[in-house]
Ligand binder design. Structure first.
Ligand code: OGA
Ligand code: MN
Length: 295
């Protein structure tokens, strides 16, 4: 058996035991894709994949997408591989990296299909902090009462990069906002994402900045409550890294964050698999303005 999958918790995560030489075997790839859909997170302990091997797995599982091309400091040495690190020599602008301390989905504020999955490989760890947490947003939806499911079914949410980095910067300067506009869109996404598979998940994260048609506080209060609901321990897997680990997660059905660290030595190599489902669209100006009104 070239590939053994072992569940980590009932709701989320499987460990994959595999010989690196079998990784690109078409039967293995097919099995991994099914497991990713069912389990949300696949952990390959101490796989020690090189960038080339990580990119090959990324391509085999659905094709690489580079959604951080516009982010400063990205992809300097290996195209498609983004360095998640506070080391300024490797990543000149760590704002976006600091944003990973807060629950998020990758690529939600870009007007393109939501990336299908993210692959993260641990190259060097921090002295403290640095574990990565994943919350299953399918389980969060499934666990709602029928009344709540009905109440949320048609809600639309405005996602902004400002909201994603608000915990990092507080109120951004006008220059910074102009730069955000150049690299990201204000997106309107459904609160409940009905995937092509027919499954439903909540689409949440720190980038969720308000609900269409609701005054700002009302929308944000509901989003905060739902984020807390989705982050309950039963829906979460927390990965404590060992150097060489590779973790792949379903970026469309999970949100993730990292336990804060200050250590500039931590280096993770990230690649992403292209999605083809676009649940959202650029937000209408009036809806965007409404979420900044208080009544
Ligand atoms: C990411 C991310 C978390 C981490 O790479 O998109 O959120 O643990 N990383 O570095
Ligand atoms: Mn991320």
């Amino acid at each position: 058996m070239p590939c053994t999958l072992t569940p980590i918790t009932p709701a989320i995560g499987s460990t994959v035991t595999i010989d690196k030489a079998s990784l690109l075997d078409p039967d293995v790839i097919a099995e991994l894709k099914v497991a990713l859909e069912e389990r949300g997170v696949l952990v390959f302990p101490r796989l020690n994949a090189s960038d080339t091997e990580q990119l090959a797995l990324t391509d085999a599982m659905g094709g690489m997408v580079n959604f951080t091309r516009a982010v400063p400091g990205s992809d300097a040495t290996t195209p498609g591989v983004y360095k998640i690190t506070l080391d300024r020599k490797l990543n000149s602008e760590p704002d976006y990296v600091l944003g990973t301390f807060f629950w998020h989905i990758d690529g939600v504020t870009i007007d393109q299909p939501v990336p299908k999955a993210t692959l993260l490989a641990a190259r060097a760890l921090s002295e403290s902090g640095g574990a990565t947490e994943f919350a299953n947003l399918y389980a969060a939806y499934d666990g709602l009462s029928e009344a709540d499911k009905r109440a949320y079914e048609d809600l639309r949410v405005i996602h902004t990069i400002e909201a994603a980095v608000r915990p990092v910067h507080g109120v951004p300067t006008p220059e910074r906002v102009a730069r955000y506009r150049a690299m990201a869109a204000v997106m309107e996404q459904p609160l409940v994402w009905t995937h092509e598979s027919g499954r439903k998940s909540l689409l949440l994260g720190t980038h969720a900045d308000g609900i269409v048609g609701m005054p700002g506080a009302h929308g944000r209060a509901l989003l905060t409550r739902l984020q807390q609901w989705a982050a309950q321990p039963a829906f979460v897997y927390r990965h404590d890294w060992t150097v060489g680990d590779l973790v792949v997660w379903d970026n469309q059905g999970l949100m993730h964050r990292v336990v804060p660290y200050t250590d500039q030595g931590r280096v993770m190599h990230r690649t992403a698999i292209a999605g083809h489902e676009s649940p959202g669209r650029p937000a209408a100006e009036a809806d965007f303005e409404r979420i900044y009104q208080i009544a």
